[in-house]
Write a protein that binds this ligand. Structure first.
Ligand code: XMP
Length: 314
């Protein structure tokens, strides 16, 4: 039995000890709860010897890199550099349709962080369930999704790994975040996968497709927040389908893409139920997306539970 205050004290002491008086640490941050909490904890322990790096891989949500920049640098006082790798990343992703390849391409980008030099340690916001999942992934059924947070990335890097959240569950990370004065909006934020929008664009990932999805997703989340439903949902996001559906505008037929909306309630994401929206909220979201997002003429709502579906579409 332990309290979160004890955990903070113990973990800060442990970090200081293993890094020594001069050790430098870098860590990729995503703007998500885990990496932000891990970064803030690191900052509390070793101050400016911790340096956070955010790689803009071109498949983030709308304005996300700018928002994270403000939050970490200004609000939390953590050293942060945003690296714009969207050109390189999108050019690599363009031809890839296989979801596992999309995941691996996303990991590759973060290796850029190594170039900072004189750094010995790499921070990762790995949680306890990630540790468990990646162990079970080594079983014979290799068809389960690879997990972004553990392993792979480190193979070609000479950095030693530091994982302060390794023993914690998600709700414990949130409690820790509150104690570390991380803004409530961020602490309560829905999870976002490491490979980003790349696994929510079911066809080729291009800048145009990313833009369409970013705009649709942003409207969706904005309306969910306005309706006061955000905290009742474990995860909500839009998915861009690679099919063209017929529509009508004036006296013209249109052939445009379809957005699928996903929203689930879940305790641990191992199982999940689709969320029952009030009809008027769905109506408003659909009408805004079809009116405001060029290239979309149809919006559908995903009513599949996990299992047999998964939360993500890829
Ligand atoms: P699934 O689709 O497996 O998703 O039901 C369960 C939870 O895991 C997230 N997820 C990922 N997170 N890299 C990540 O960092 C991934 O490749 C990945 N795939 C799924 C998903 O968003 C959901 O919260």
């Amino acid at each position: 039995n332990w309290t979160m205050e004890e955990f903070i004290g113990k973990e800060i002491a442990r970090i200081r000890e293993i890094c020594g008086p001069k050790g430098r640490v870098i860590g990729a941050v995503s703007g998500g709860v885990d990496s932000t909490v891990a970064a803030k904890l690191m900052h509390e322990a070793i101050g400016d010897r911790f340096h956070a790096i955010m790689v803009d891989n071109g498949v983030l949500r709308l304005n996300e890199a700018q928002q994270v920049d403000v939050m970490l640098n200004k609000d939390l006082g953590v050293n942060l550099t945003v690296v714009d790798a969207s050109e390189l990343f999108l050019s690599r992703l363009a031809g890839i349709e296989d979801p596992e390849q999309k995941r691996r391409a996303a990991e590759e980008e973060e290796k850029g962080a190594e170039a900072k030099g004189r750094v010995e340690w790499l921070l990762q916001g790995t949680l306890y369930p990630d540790v468990i999942e990646s162990i079970s992934f080594k079983g014979p059924s290799a068809t389960i999704k690879t997990h972004h947070n553990v392993g792979g990335l480190l193979k070609d890097m000479k950095l030693k790994l530091i994982e302060p959240l390794r023993e914690l569950f998600k709700d414990e990370v949130r409690a820790l975040g509150r104690l570390l004065s991380i803004p409530a909006q961020l602490v309560g934020r829905h999870p976002f996968p490491g490979p980003g929008l790349a696994i929510r664009i079911l066809g080729p990932v291009t800048r145009d497709q990313v833009k369409i999805l970013q705009l649709a997703d942003n409207i969706y989340i904005e309306e969910i927040r306005k309706a006061g439903l955000y905290d009742q949902i474990a995860q909500a996001f839009a998915v861009l389908l690679p099919v063209k559906a017929v529509g009508v505008m004036g006296d013209q037929r249109t052939y445009e893409q379809v957005i699928a909306l996903r929203a689930v309630q879940s305790e641990d994401f191992m199982t999940a139920d689709w969320f029952s929206f009030p009809a008027d909220v769905l109506r408003r979201i659909s009408s805004r997306i079809t009116n405001e997002v060029a290239g979309i003429n149809r919006v559908t709502y995903d009513i599949s539970s996990k299992p047999p579906a998964t939360v993500e579409w890829l």
